[in-house]
Design a protein around this ligand. Structure first.
Ligand code: NAD
Length: 358
């Protein structure tokens, strides 16, 4: 095994726990054998998704290929992070400076305010999610960069068909997060056909990872594992029957690597749906009970997050991604539950740690 830090803070060889359900590394190794190493700038890289992608890129191409950036200080335990830079994406010339000085050819633009946080600060969401995207695309056009900007199921709205939602459908979101992500999709496509920017995007469902989430509506699907291990009980802010699409972290990382390394000629569109599986709070609680029989769930509904969830798809149709560039997720609900418990137990998320992790 080339690296033991593929999952950010999780050290795979630290203890001898039960094996992961599938070989999580194989897909990345296969791709790196056929592709030239990129020089990638990750913005917002200390959020939920950034450190995992950093580790995957380093595993694939070595430590020289990733430049990390964000506006917050590195946490003390961030031994997986190197070449870390302060970068406020509202400052276009700072983005350009890093691109030039570090010889970047690809930007993965993760900086954003997610759905729940965005609703609580609309002016900042407009700045970060709209002005930030404009800055990134303008720098990409000037320096001929490849750009990945994730979109979300939040880019759909209450008038979108909610079952098996296709790529092309009604997009009238009712959150500032959704509105700004539709803007990012449309602006990226515009920069692609108008200026030739190699813009690529995917509409992610809720991503489940061992890293704590950043204020989205699907956060409960991570918190439930921490609570299961720390308290044996979770209080959910969504109704028990709220079905939402989700995806496990490694599948999310694989989708980014795969889409970014796909030949341009294969892409019939620049924004694709991708998904793993869908479940309700009741169903994930049942799946957790199969591993931890005493686990309990109760409900204290948050009206803001419930309204957001009720406006989002229950399931996504990602057949175009599968057809055009071979998207093929490996984790279902049962595998995700197993791997989350294995990862969090390795990090020693136990009742004794409640005080230090609260
Ligand atoms: P996150 O909230 O965990 O991290 C976002 C990061 O952006 C933070 O580290 C924050 O410090 C940084 N940031 C905020 N303002 C900034 C600024 N002015 N300049 C630079 N950085 C700034 O988000 P995440 O979960 O890692 O999501 C990454 C991307 O994926 C986002 O675009 C999000 O919309 C998208 N996405 C995530 C999910 C999910 O479930 N996590 C689902 C769908 C789409």
């Amino acid at each position: 095994m080339k690296s033991l830090k593929v999952f950010g803070r999780v050290h795979l060889a630290k203890r001898n726990y039960s094996p992961l359900p599938v070989d999580p590394l194989l897909r990345f190794k296969t791709i790196s054998q056929t592709q030239k190493a990129p020089r990638v700038l990750i913005t917002g890289s200390l959020g939920q998704l950034g450190r995992g992608l950093n580790s995957v890129y380093k595993y694939m191409y070595g430590s020289e290929c990733v430049v990390m950036s964000d506006i917050v200080r590195l946490p003390a335990n961030a031994t997986d992070v190197s070449d870390y830079n302060y970068l406020d994406i509202l400052n276009q010339s700072s983005i350009e400076e890093i691109v030039v000085n570090k010889n970047i050819d690809t930007i993965v633009h993760f900086s954003a305010l997610l759905s729940a946080v965005g609703e609580s600060n609309v002016p900042l969401a407009l700045q970060v999610n709209c002005r930030g995207v404009e800055n990134i695309l303008q720098v990409a056009a000037k320096h001929r960069l490849k750009v990945f900007i994730p979109s979300t199921i939040g880019a759909f709205g209450p008038t979108t068909p909610r079952e098996n939602t296709p790529d092309l459908t009604v997009q009238c979101p009712t959150t500032i997060y959704g509105v700004s992500k539709v803007y990012a999709e449309r602006l990226g496509e515009y920069f692609n056909h108008r200026f030739g920017v190699d813009f690529r995007s995917m509409r992610f469902p809720g991503i489940i990872s061992a890293t704590k989430p950043g204020g989205g509506t699907t956060d409960y699907a991570i918190q439930i594992f921490y609570d299961a291990l720390q308290k044996g009980k979770h209080t959910c802010y969504l109704r028990p029957d709220t079905r939402l699409p989700m995806m496990y972290d490694t599948d999310c990382m694989a989708s980014i690597i795969q889409l970014l390394s796909a030949e341009s000629s294969l892409l019939k569109r620049r924004t694709y749906n991708v998904t793993g599986f869908s479940f309700t709070p009741e169903e994930i609680a049942d799946a957790i009970r199969r591993v931890m029989p005493g686990f309990e769930i109760d409900y204290d509904i948050c009206p803001t997050r419930q309204a957001i969830a009720d406006s989002w798809p229950k399931s996504l149709d990602d057949s175009e991604a599968r057809k055009d560039w071979g998207w093929n997720p490996e984790y279902g609900l049962e595998e995700t539950v197993q791997v989350m418990f294995a990862l969090l137990r390795r990090e020693e998320i136990t009742p004794q740690k409640i005080v230090s992790t609260a």
